[in-house]
Design a binder for this molecule. Structure first.
Ligand code: NAP
Length: 326
């Protein structure tokens, strides 16, 4: 089968599309013929080993994972003897960070991974980008326990994570202020944002409104800069480790420092990736409450170009890789 393979950490051109052996499903595994996948920031981080910590998962010096790709949509080709939830011929989609392997014509995942049957009415290209950005967004929203009527600011509202966060927050009934560049104001309003701040006109940390939560979905701010935006008891979250990689530590120390900070605190949740997560997004998509935003599409053969584009930091939503022509 064809697969996008890399044998060392590095820039996009360490990736080559070559022929490799087709994998086989073990007892609790599902073999999927991949029709579409994505290149996302998780793939970029693991390919480049940035941040360094990813080496603890995929190999300190020698790579243990040669084929990246963590979002997928395709058709079940075969199942192991212990698999009861899926059968050959099922159209499925899902997420497999850590295990990876979706940048290939065939992928094996465990039935315990985030795997569900495809949302009705979606193409493989539309379903593939449904889980990475959205599960990071959901993870923060659940950790911050966002309630109907709360005021939430999303910084970086046009990324995969930010565009999902705006939609998921609106579904909960939050009042959403979204920050994005001037070219994307209408797009972000269309996702449901109640108020939009043009980052090219106004520095969002100087906003006069106060928020129950500030979610930095592009990982470019800090708790220190955003603290003044938070109401008493307000929560700050970020998709990145933050300056000096302090966000995980701040998540530990800000709750006990509560009285000093007016109860303002940092959350840095570890996202779940289990079957429930994929079934949850299938339900939201089918009920029209969530639609992944898609930017460019590339064939698998041009995956290096896709990596280069994602690493400009300027993609809008998600970049899809077509593995089987529609
Ligand atoms: N290392 C990893 O494994 C990993 C994995 C997943 C996510 N992440 C983190 O998650 C972040 C978001 O990823 P994503 O895929 O959702 O989005 P993304 O592709 O990184 O974000 C794209 C959008 O963010 C805005 N943006 C770009 N640079 C910005 C800046 N300096 N300040 C403010 N906004 C900026 C731009 O929109 P506008 O022009 O409209 O502002 C752009 O369209 C990443 O930056 C990364 O920090 C890391």
């Amino acid at each position: 089968m064809k697969a996008a393979v890399h044998t060392r950490y590095g820039p996009p051109d360490v990736v080559r599309v070559v022929d490799v052996d087709k994998p086989a499903a073990k007892a609790d595994e599902v073999l999927i013929k991949v029709h579409a996948t994505t290149v996302n920031r998780t793939d970029c981080g693991f390919r480049a080993a940035k941040p360094f910590i990813v080496r603890f998962f995929t190999g300190l010096v020698r790579l243990r994972v040669w084929i990246l790709g963590n979002e997928f949509a395709g058709v079940v080709e075969a199942v192991g003897g212990g698999v009861t939830s899926f059968k050959a011929g099922d159209r499925v989609f899902g997420y497999c960070e850590g295990r990876f392997g979706a940048h290939a014509e065939y992928l094996v995942v465990s039935q315990a991974n985030a795997l569900a049957t495809m949302p009705a009415g979606l193409t493989y290209q539309q379903a593939a980008p449904s889980t990475e950005g959205s599960h990071y967004a959901l993870s923060f929203i659940r950790a911050a326990k966002i309630q109907r009527g709360q005021d939430v600011l999303v910084y970086g509202a046009t990324g995969a994570i930010g565009s999902a966060a705006v939609q998921l927050l609106k579904r909960l009934g939050a009042n959403v202020t979204a920050v994005c560049g001037s070219g994307n104001l209408e797009l972000v309003r269309g996702l449901g944002a109640d108020r939009v701040i043009d980052s090219t006109v106004k520095e969002f940390t100087r906003d006069e409104q106060r928020y129950d939560a500030v979610f930095d979905a592009v990982g470019k701010s800090s708790f220190g800069r955003c603290r003044r935006l938070l109401k008493a008891g307000g929560i700050y979250g970020s998709t990145d480790l933050g300056p000096l990689s302090l966000n995980p530590l701040l998540a530990l120390v800000t709750p006990p420092l509560g009285p000093l900070l007016g109860g303002r605190r940092v959350k840095f949740p570890l996202p779940r990736q289990d079957p429930e997560m994929a079934w949850y997004f299938k339900g939201l998509i089918e009920s029209g409450q969530f639609k992944p935003l898609i930017d460019r599409r590339y064939p698998l053969e041009e995956i290096v170009e896709a990596y280069r584009y994602v690493e400009t930091g300027q993609k809008i939503g998600n970049v899809v890789i077509t593995v089987q022509p529609p």
